[in-house]
Design a protein around this ligand. Structure first.
Ligand SMILES: NC(=O)C1=CN([C@@H]2O[C@H](COP(=O)(O)OP(=O)(O)OC[C@H]3O[C@@H](n4cnc5c(N)ncnc54)[C@H](O)[C@@H]3O)[C@@H](O)[C@H]2O)C=CC1
Ligand SMILES: CC(=O)N[C@@H]1[C@@H](OP(=O)(O)OP(=O)(O)OC[C@H]2O[C@@H](n3ccc(=O)[nH]c3=O)[C@H](O)[C@@H]2O)O[C@H](C(=O)O)[C@@H](O)[C@@H]1O
Length: 462
């Protein structure tokens, strides 16, 4: 490890710690943040409010243009728009479309681009690897590379470190590498990043752990938990997500027993959770987003060791959209309405309320399931601009639900957007018969005993 790194670098520095902290917080160590999306922009903003010297890299020119104009393109993040405006005004934050230009200047490289899953269900690290090559092109002695995107365990050790070394000509010990998972939820990103939870830091060597811990001690008001290595830190993040997927699947499987038990399973779950050793999650119309349904795929089939429980949980959760759609069809059949003669309104297309994201959204298989049996599918979402995926699946988009001139046979609530609270469901019914209402998120149980509504809830008995 070289000890003559410049004052603008942290990795390998032998200067007193307080001088390193001053260098970081006074902007002497330029920071590059790669990926300025739902997580990257809030992250870049918190780095910028801490260091005063952040350049974000994003390949989307509209994203970059908006940020440099002082605007946030992310909906539903309280305080982010104002913060971005202030930081850009103060020259603490700027954005560029060329990651390599950012890499050439940065001393700390923070990666928060998407890690997705391909059509075959395998991790898709193509974006991560592209950014890693970009960073390697500008890597200098004393640089610190931090990955925050969720990665399959062993990715830093087996893929990213060898790539950085091969492409930069430098070796670990001349630069540092750490995995510091992004433990943040959309809708509360700034609060989470600033310190809602402890920050996990796992370095490729001790000096990487030290330098990354020093950085996050300034970024986060919460404690910094250092772990043995990058793989342990990668596992921490994936385990959090897999825990959630398996537990949602358990709640969903229990919910399918509601009619046979003749109870509200959701009531039993709530009461079971009143003692500390039980944390059953909430049953619903499905599990979406590019996190929870994806992370198990980072483990299933990617290692020699089998993962039957995680696969079964994935199958249960991916089955819930079909359970939900079939529930509507069954109730319509009871009313004597054939699918080919039925019109069904799907409320909510994004994967969860308030977040403009449709990856693995449960509404898509629900639309497909209904369209396949001949239903006239209508669909609406108050925050989604691009609804083409759902139109391609057979839905007709309804911009807003005007009950004065809209009559349907059934309504399926998939995503409980706040805007849906004002919809008068019974007013959507035909005069001659009640409207079927499948409540996929237990969001409108008030209709359960309404004379003009045949209410079906996930986890609620008839
Ligand atoms: N969304 C979430 O709730 C959380 C996500 N994460 C992790 O963060 C990753 C990113 O998530 P989001 O920010 O929600 O994704 P996002 O899709 O909202 O944003 C990704 C951004 O990266 C940009 N980008 C794509 N390729 C690029 C490249 N080669 N160079 C530079 N920029 C590029 C895109 O233009 C986009 O602006 C996820 O895949 C996951 O691993 C972790 C915790 C929470
Ligand atoms: C462990 C954990 O809580 N992870 C969070 C999660 O955030 P995400 O935005 O994916 O939302 P989420 O609340 O997990 O919901 C995911 C999906 O699961 C569904 N869902 C969620 C909880 C539940 O009890 N039942 C259920 O059906 C939601 O409707 C949604 O379709 O994944 C994020 C991530 O890791 O990317 C993570 O940072 C967040 O803190």
């Amino acid at each position: 490890m070289s000890s003559n790194v410049s004052a603008t670098r942290l990795y390998g520095s032998t200067r007193p710690e307080d001088e390193q902290i001053t260098a970081l917080t006074s902007g002497d160590v330029p920071v590059g943040v790669y990926g300025l999306g739902k997580m990257g922009l809030p992250l870049a903003a918190v780095y910028a409010e801490t260091t005063g010297n952040v350049t974000g890299a994003d390949i989307d020119p509209d994203v970059v243009e908006g940020i440099n104009a002082g605007r946030s393109h992310i909906v539903g993040e309280p305080g982010l728009d104002e913060l971005v405006g202030e930081l850009v005004e103060d020259d603490a934050l700027a954005a560029a479309t060329e990651p390599r230009d950012v890499a050439a200047e940065a001393g700390i490289h923070v990666v928060i681009v998407p890690t997705l899953v391909d059509d075959g269900g395998h991790p898709d690290l193509s974006v991560i690897e592209a950014v890693t090559n970009d960073i390697a092109s500008g890597l200098d002695e004393g640089d610190l590379v931090i990955f925050e995107s969720t990665l399959p365990p062993r990715t830093c050790r087996d893929v990213l470190l060898p790539t950085l070394e091969a492409e930069s000509g430098l070796s670990l010990g001349e630069f540092g590498l750490a995995f510091c998972p992004e433990r943040t939820a959309s809708g509360r990103a700034l609060k989470d990043i600033r310190g809602a939870y402890p920050k996990v830091v796992g370095g490729a060597d001790e000096e990487s752990t030290r330098a990354a811990a020093l950085v996050y001690d300034q970024i986060s008001s919460n404690e910094v938990i250092t772990v043995s290595d990058t793989t342990t830190a990668e596992a921490v993040k994936v385990f959090e997500g897999v825990y959630r997927d398996v537990n949602i699947a358990l709640a969903n499987e229990l919910a399918t027993h509601a009619d046979e038990f003749e109870i509200d399973v959701t009531e039993a779950i709530d009461v079971a959770n009143t003692q500390p050793f039980c944390e059953l999650h909430t049953p619903g119309a499905g599990v979406g987003g590019h996190c929870i349904p994806y992370y198990p795929q980072f483990l299933i089939n990617e290692f020699e060791t089998d993962a039957p429980l995680m696969q079964t949980a994935r199958d249960v959760n991916d089955g819930m959209p079909h359970v939900t759609a079939q529930s509507a069809l069954d109730e319509l059949q009871t009313l004597g309405v054939d699918p080919e003669d039925a019109s069904v309104l799907v409320l909510g297309l994004t994967y969860r309320a308030g977040v403009k994201e449709i990856r693995k959204a449960p509404a898509l298989p629900i639309v497909e399931h209904l369209a396949e049996v001949g239903v006239d599918v209508l669909a609406t979402d108050p925050i989604l601009d691009d609804t083409s995926a759902f139109e391609d699946a057979g839905a007709t988009i309804v911009d807003d639900v005007d009950t004065d001139d809209l009559t349907v046979d059934a309504v399926v609530l998939v995503t409980a957007h706040e805007a849906f609270e004002d919809i008068d469901i019974p007013a959507l019914s035909h005069e001659s018969r009640p409207v079927v209402f499948v409540d996929g998120r237990q969001a409108a149980t008030t209709y359960r005993d309404h004379e003009n509504v045949v209410y079906e809830g996930i986890g609620l008995h008839d």
